[in-house]
Design a protein around this ligand. Structure first.
Ligand code: ADP
Ligand code: GLC
Length: 492
């Protein structure tokens, strides 16, 4: 089966969060199951630069459509490229749309690019056009679309189907319902969609256009990245105003847990560590801890429990609770090593906490892959106290690195971490620390449980080893996606 995988990020070339890791991990696993997978992405500078042996294919069609006028876009064309170590990738090349530095979604002022509707409509349009034979040598049977960025693909595909064309099946995966691709309705005429789609059962959302809603209404199947999040988004507040639409489509919605690329995230093969380690040889972890403490300016005490954080600093991640638990952490002899960037006010609050506790609390503002790996390896605990979390990858990385996850019971965090309650310890199930309310009190209670276990090294090791032995792998997730593909295109 020919599958076109449409997304806006790809590790190691362009990454703002977990989507990039998914785009790097899932397609090869699908390929291993026999799918003929190709990627389609915007031609962002980082990707154009990395691309090898590019081959121009065609201009993106901008001629009148069976249902109305053409899209109005800056000139754009499709090129075929090979990215190092990657699968065959189609890139939408357009200097008018993508030749800008930095973040794929935001300008240097931290605000969305003003022409984001056109920039990402082009991606959806390229997907649908490939479905109509833009590359005559390779026509997808199915288009798998990720997040709002590619959300118009199913809308264009539906428009072609309604016009009597043969079309591929479509699957849409929600990685984060909070980011919806909302635009003023006056951009609608430039998008080249049938006017009938600007409606409640289409992409109209309180007078605006929603790329997310387009995908929710027009894709054949919907998935999200954990079973618990698939349930949570059927009601407020996690439904983010789209829970009604999702309830209507709940019959085609399922939750498939993300996997981990253990070639990238494994302490036994981590290129960013000076000494690798594994379950039966944990000395490397002690070395990583000392190095992390020294690097972050923490007092290099082996017995201090180090809590690590590697995160975007957004309200999603619940890290506004941290300043209120830091006193309790430090009083108990713990340390904090945080790597993150995002919300400026939160960045400042965290930096202030570090100033208050030199040597005990260290905050590094920035985005750095190598440091992320070193925090994951060097910390004793990785904290993910999210307000909501569709899946979450850092807790999964923590498990593999013997860094016990301390998480809120929400979304994919609830599906992947088992609390160190007495009964879970007794029954050999515990893998981390889980708390319920989004409050500093509950967060601190979980931290106190972590301290209590930390003072019992033999039990700590048992929990650590259990987590390290677990696998959340891509082959398993890929099997679930393949079953969905096959249900839509039986026999292909
Ligand atoms: P989200 O996609 O919501 O940000 P995930 O847990 O799914 O959350 O994925 C986050 C990914 O981004 C992980 O690979 C994590 O290591 C990485 N990451 C987050 N913040 C940083 C940072 N400041 N520096 C480097 N990597 C980061
Ligand atoms: C989103 C979510 C995160 C998930 C990631 C990859 O960014 O916030 O929970 O792990 O996508 O699916």
């Amino acid at each position: 089966m020919k599958v076109l995988f449409v997304c806006a990020e790809l590790y190691p070339f362009l990454k703002t969060g977990g989507l990039a890791d998914v785009a790097a991990g899932l397609p090869p696993a699908l390929k291993a199951l026999g799918c003929d997978v190709r990627l389609l992405m915007p031609g962002f500078p980082a990707l154009m630069k990395a691309a090898r042996s590019t081959k121009p294919l065609a201009a993106l069609p901008q001629k009148p459509l069976p249902w109305g006028p053409a899209l109005q876009l800056p000139q754009a064309s499709l090129v075929q490229a090979k990215l190092p170590g990657g699968l065959l990738t189609y890139l939408v090349q357009s200097s008018g749309l993508y030749s800008r530095p930095g973040n794929p979604y935001l300008g240097p002022n931290g605000q969305d690019w003003e022409d984001n509707a056109g920039r990402f409509a082009a991606l959806g349009w390229a997907a649908a056009s490939l479905g109509q034979g833009l590359d005559p040598d390779w026509v997808p049977d199915l288009i798998h679309v990720h997040d709002w960025h590619a959300g118009l693909a199913p809308a264009y595909v539906r428009a072609f189907a309604d016009a009597g064309c043969t079309v591929p099946a479509t699957v849409f995966t929600i990685h984060n319902l909070a980011y919806q691709g909302l635009f003023q309705s006056d951009v609608f005429p430039a998008l080249g969609l049938p006017s009938s789609q600007f409606d409640v059962p289409g992409l109209e959302f309180f007078g605006q256009i929603s790329f997310m809603k387009a995908a929710l209404n027009f894709a054949d199947r919907l998935t999200t990245v954990s079973p618990t999040y698939a349930r949570e988004i059927l009601s407020a507040p996690q439904g983010c105003g789209l829970d009604g639409v999702l309830r209507e489509r709940s019959g085609v919605l399922s939750g498939i847990l993300n996997g981990v690329d253990y070639q990238v995230w494994s302490p036994q093969a981590d290129e960013f560590l000076s000494k690798t380690y594994d379950l039966d040889a944990l000395q490397g972890k002690a070395i990583a801890k000392k190095k992390l403490q020294l690097d972050f300016g923490l007092v290099p005490l082996a017995k201090a429990m180090v809590v690590g954080v590697v995160s975007r600093l957004s309200t999603q991640k619940g890290l506004h609770l941290l300043p209120d638990v830091v006193d309790g952490l430090v009083q108990r002899g713990g340390q904090l090593a945080l790597l993150g960037q995002g919300d400026a006010a939160l960045e400042q609050t965290l930096v202030d906490a570090a100033v208050k506790y030199p040597g005990q609390v260290a905050v590094r503002i920035g985005y750095d892959e190598a440091t992320a790996h070193r925090v994951m390896a060097g910390a004793d605990v990785i904290a993910v106290p999210s307000a909501f979390e569709p899946c979450g990858l850092t807790q999964l990385y923590g498990l593999r690195y013997g860094t016990l996850p301390l998480v809120r019971r929400v979304g994919g965090l609830a599906d992947t971490v088992v609390d160190c309650s007495l009964e879970n310890l007794e029954e050999g199930l515990a893998t981390g620390f889980v708390f319920d309310a989004l409050s500093a009190a509950d967060f601190l209670a979980a931290l106190r449980r972590a301290f209590a276990l930390y003072r019992r090294p033999a039990q700590w090791r048992q929990v650590q080893r259990r987590g390290m032995a677990q696998r959340f792998d891509w082959p398993t997730a890929a099997q679930h996606y393949l079953a969905i593909y096959q249900s839509l295109r039986p026999g292909v």
